[in-house]
Design a protein around this ligand. Sequence first.
Ligand SMILES: *Cc1c(COP(=O)(O)O)cnc(C)c1O
Length: 431
Amino acid sequence: MSIQTLIGQATIPSSPFDTDSFNQVVMSTYARFPIALERGAGCRVWDTQGREYLDFVAGIATCTLGHAHPALVETVTRQIQKLHHVSNLYYIPEQGELAKWIVQHSCADRAFFCNSGAEANEAAIKLARKYAHTVLQIDKPIILTAHESFHGRTLATITATGQPKYQKNFEPLMPCFHYVPYNDIDAMEAAISELDEGDYRVAAILIEPLQGEGGVRPGDIAYFQKLRQICDETGVLLIFDEVQVGMGRSGKLWGYECLDVEPDIFTSAKGLGGGIPIGAMMCKSFCDVFQPGEHASTFGGNPFACGVALTVCQTLEQDNILQNVQERGEQLRVGLRAMLQQGAAQGAITAKYPNHITEVRGWGLINGMVLNADIALTAADVVKAAINEGLLLVPAGPKVVRFVPPLIVTEQEVEQALQVVDKAMAIVTKE
Ligand SMILES: *Cc1c(COP(=O)(O)O)cnc(C)c1O
C-alpha cells in the first residue's frame, strides 16, 4: 500500500496550521494526517485548534505512561538540571541502574543502549554475526526473518524486514538475509537445512513475538516453543524484536512471556522511554561477544534517556500497570468483538459489522481489528473516520486497524474509544 493510499483524501476539518509551509522545508518522508498536535495530558491530546482527541496511538506504541505524566515530568526536569549527556567515555550511573532493572526483570544478563528500535536491531545483527564468526565458525552467517515482519529503516533492518515495499529502490540490500512465513515451523526447519551449504549456514533467527506493523499478528505458542527447541539443538541464536510488543504492552513485561519462550538476544525501544528516544539490546552472557570498540553510540545510554526509562520501568511496577494492560486489553477486545459477532451486543454498542470485520486479535494493549479482505474498506478509511470523531488510531497494514493506547488508559476511556469506533464503522460502512 502506498503512503498516499494510507492517508487518502482526508475529510478531517482543515486546521489553521500552515501545512504548505511545513511541507516546503520538511522532507516528505511521511504522509501525515492534516492535524497538528500541540499539547497532551494522560490519554488525551489537543490540536492547534484546541480540538481534543482520545489518543489510541500513543506516539506509535511509545507513550507508555501517556502524556505529561507527573513521574515523567519530574524525572525529565530533575535529570536535565543534573546531567543529561557525557558520552560513554565515562561510567554513567543511570545507565547501570537501568541495565540492572532490565536484567532483574528479564531473561537477559546484559544490556547495550542506543537510541531507537532500528539501532537496537542493528546491534543485535552485529552481535549475531560476530557470534557466528567467532563461536559458531560460520564464514557466511545467514539471518532468517519472517514475511510481514518489521525491524526498522536502516539498510540492515530494511533488509531484515520481510516486506518488499520497504526495500524497493534501496538495493543493493545486505547479503545473507532469508525470509520464511511467520508461524510456520515446517518452513523454518526446511530453511535451516536447505541454507546449510558451503560457507553458508543459518546463524540466527530474528523474529517478533507478535508482529506489530505487519498487522498485529500474535506468535503461535507451539511454533515459538519449537523454534526454541530447534535453536537449542542447532546453536542458532534466537533473537526477539520486542521493540513494539515489549515494555508491558502485551500485558506481560516482555512479549516472550506470552509464549513461554526465552530468547538469547532481544531488543527494545518504543515504549522503553515512554516517548523519550532510547533503544536497547539485551543478551544472555554466553553470546555477549562484543569487545571494547566494536560497537558504540554517541548518545546511547545517556543519563537523560536512561533516567527517564528507569522511571518508566519503576512506574510500571509500582503502579501495577501490567494488570491494567491485561484488564483494559480484554475490555477492548470484548467490545470490538461485539461489533463483529452478530447478536453479541455489549452495553452501548449495538451496531454490528460481521461483513466488514473478520477478526479482533492481539495481546494486552496491542490489538488489531482486521477488515474483510474481500471488500474495498481499508484500515485508513476507518482511521480517518475515527479521527473525525475525536479518536486517534493507526493502521497496521492496509486491512488492520491498530489500537495501542498508553498503558495507563482507563476503563472509561476504553469505553469511549469503543463508542467512537462503533460510530466510525457506522459511517464508513454506510458510504
Ligand atoms: C518500530 C519498530 C522498529 C523500528 O524502531 P525505530 O525506533 O523506528 O527505529 C523495529 N522493530 C519493530 C518491531 C518496530 O515496531
